[in-house]
Write a protein that binds this ligand. Structure first.
Ligand code: B1M
Length: 212
């Protein structure tokens, strides 16, 4: 089994105590941090989701898998992040109200930071009004990102975008949306300025929005 496969297995099985050693060994062996993240950790989360859907595992197992991945991402952070924090200004990000998933949102935040933004992370389960408050409190912020990871919180994302538009935020910021159930068509329908499918593309799009 390769180091990356071992990392994937550790995340899938929620081996929190093993992940630190495995990630360090993989980095020392010269594995690329992006490959560890994508082929190891993110693909393992796909398997975890599949097992949950098939009733082979339940919420506690999903939680330890998430905890293991978070610990692994912490170790990868210095190898993924750039050193130009803040050159593109501020980026406000959060997971919408009713939604507690934060791994994807955290990865987007990490990539956005690496691309040269100062990230203001509002966390999870963020009420629409809190996005508006944060935008108004940071008049120099030009982009905001909202994540929804459940089909049941797509309406919450719709409400978040509408609340921002109704509060006049579009005069100040571009609104980006994303998350597993979100599509370009849905983003267009709710009035977002941009949609991307993953964290890497989100960083590229954010730079595009402030430099075009
Ligand atoms: Co939940 N969960 N979960 N869960 N969970 C999913 C999402 C699910 C698909 C599992 C499944 O059934 N196959 C399913 C949703 C089904 C649906 O939508 N219809 C589900 C469910 C049902 C639930 C609960 C309802 C379970 C229950 O309680 N019965 C519950 C809901 C709680 C709530 O939010 N109110 C729940 C709870 C949890 C845990 C708390 C246990 C845990 C989350 C822990 C945490 O995040 N701290 C958890 C987990 C771990 C998962 C899975 C297994 C993994 C999620 C994840 O981290 N993926 C997930 C299954 C899966 O994803 N296959 C599942 C990896 C992450 C890197 O991907 O989040 O998609 P993702 O982010 C990507 C892109 O979407 C994109 O970039 C990211 C990186 O490339 N992206 C953006 C995200 N935000 C973006 C923003 C952008 C642009 C791109 O611009 C701003």
């Amino acid at each position: 089994m390769s180091k990356i496969q071992e990392i994937a297995k550790a995340v899938e099985l929620g081996k929190v105590k093993l992940i630190e050693g495995l990630v360090k060994e993989a980095l020392e062996a010269g594995e690329d941090a992006n490959a560890i993240l994508n082929d190891g950790m993110i693909s393992a989360m796909g398997i975890v989701g599949q097992k949950f859907q098939n009733n082979e595992i339940f919420v506690p197992e999903m939680l330890v898998a998430a905890k293991t991945m978070k610990k692994g991402v912490e170790l990868l952070k210095p190898h993924l992040a750039g050193d130009s924090v803040g050159k593109h200004g501020k980026y406000i990000i959060g997971t919408v109200a009713g939604d507690l998933h934060d791994i994807g949102k955290n990865l987007v935040a990490l990539m956005i930071e690496s691309a040269g933004f100062e990230v203001i992370d509002l966390g999870v389960d963020v009420p629409a009004e809190k996005f508006v408050e944060a935008i108004k409190a940071n008049p120099d912020c030009k982009v905001v990102g909202a994540s929804a990871l459940l089909t049941t919180t797509m309406d919450s994302l719709r409400n978040t975008v509408k609340t921002m538009i109704d509060a006049g935020c579009k005069d100040q910021v571009k609104i980006m949306v994303g998350g597993a159930p979100i599509t370009q068509a849905f983003a267009d329908e709710i009035g977002a300025d941009a949609y991307t499918a993953d964290a890497g593309a989100a960083a590229v799009k954010a730079v595009e929005l402030v430099t075009q």
